[in-house]
Design a protein around this ligand. Structure first.
Ligand SMILES: C[S@@+](CC[C@H](N)C(=O)[O-])C[C@H]1O[C@@H](n2cnc3c(N)ncnc32)[C@H](O)[C@@H]1O
Length: 296
């Protein structure tokens, strides 16, 4: 049965993000919704994709027969140079633990591991894609890849949180709103610091406790389509860890607008300068500064 092609707008409707939460207290107070200033739109900078990463993409391309490079919106993969800009913005380090939610054929996982030397974990729902990714991993090992990548065949919604991953990436253009809402719960229950997603306003639309840091235009393999990748930081207010009492007051201050933070710093400095100084004789000797006595 032939169907009339639906317009782009109509096709998008079932996936259109729903408003989940009302305005935050800060927004209601008219103080803006971002606590940090920073460029939302980035200007494409030249980025360097290393030779080992280029080789990894070639291996995946060869062993997966180009799948993912022609799928466009149906499958969807960003190019190596676009993804390089994403990992740069995510700030991956050797101690990071990277998670790709819906890891497909595994390119982002190989890229993250080779770029940062960090552990890299992918979860993929579709068995055939997971098999292909695992086959790619074997090909990578055969080519001398140092390891650190693991692919799990499974449904991310079977997890309770995203711990212990520090950096989470998801090519979530086609994820349904219900999945994004579940992912928000998982993310909010975990300690991941950075989240890269292709969804705008993850905080307002799906309830993720995040603050937008960067927006990166990405290109797709085998397609003229472009998608913006949004790199978010976990919201400071959302820390699931109870802070030590030593840090509580300072952390409260960090939630205030910049002007109040500035005033607070000046006030505390003033208070410190106007504190009465203890007379010199009343000072105790600092045992750590006293040279050790010679035994002989
Ligand atoms: C567009 S592909 C992205 C592949 C890969 N991340 C990349 O960027 O090259 C999205 C993947 O998410 C997977 N996916 C969708 N829902 C999922 C779920 N609940 N758990 C795990 N994977 C899921 C899909 O099967 C699909 O392979």
């Amino acid at each position: 049965m032939s169907t009339t092609p639906r317009s782009r707008q109509q096709r998008r409707t079932p996936l259109a993000p729903r408003k989940k939460r009302g305005a935050t207290q800060l927004e209601q107070a008219g103080e803006g919704k971002r606590l940090f200033e920073g460029p939302e739109e980035d200007t494409p900078e030249p980025c360097v994709v290393s030779e080992p990463i280029k080789r990894a993409y070639a291996i995946v391309r060869r062993s997966s027969n180009g799948l993912g490079e022609t799928g466009g919106a149906i499958y969807g993969e960003v190019t190596a140079s676009s993804f390089q800009r994403v990992v740069d913005a995510m700030g991956l380090e050797p101690t990071s633990i990277f998670l790709d939610v819906g890891s497909g054929l595994g390119k982002p996982n190989f890229h993250a591991a080779l770029h940062a030397g960090c552990a890299s974990f992918g979860v993929e729902l579709e068995e055939v894609r997971w098999q292909l990714a695992t086959f790619n991993l074997m090909q990578m090992h055969a080519a001398g890849f140092g390891g650190g990548v693991y692919f799990l065949h499974g449904d991310i919604t079977a997890a309770y949180s995203l711990d212990p991953f520090s950096h989470v990436y998801m090519f979530d253009v086609g994820f349904p709103p219900t999945l994004l809402e579940t992912l928000a719960d998982l993310f909010n229950r975990s300690q991941a610091r950075v989240l890269a997603s292709f969804q705008k306003n993850l905080d307002e639309n799906y309830g993720f406790d995040v603050v937008l840091r960067r927006k990166i235009q990405t290109s797709m393999h085998g397609s003229t389509e472009k998608h913006a990748c949004f790199v978010y930081d976990r919201h400071l207010r959302a820390s699931p860890v109870s802070p030590d009492p030593l840090f509580v007051e300072g952390l409260e201050k960090l939630r205030e607008p910049k002007e109040l933070q500035c005033k607070d710093a000046a006030d505390r400095l003033d208070a410190s300068h106007s504190k009465p100084r203890r007379p010199r004789s009343a000072r105790k000797t600092d045992p750590y500064l006293t040279p050790p006595r010679r035994i002989i």
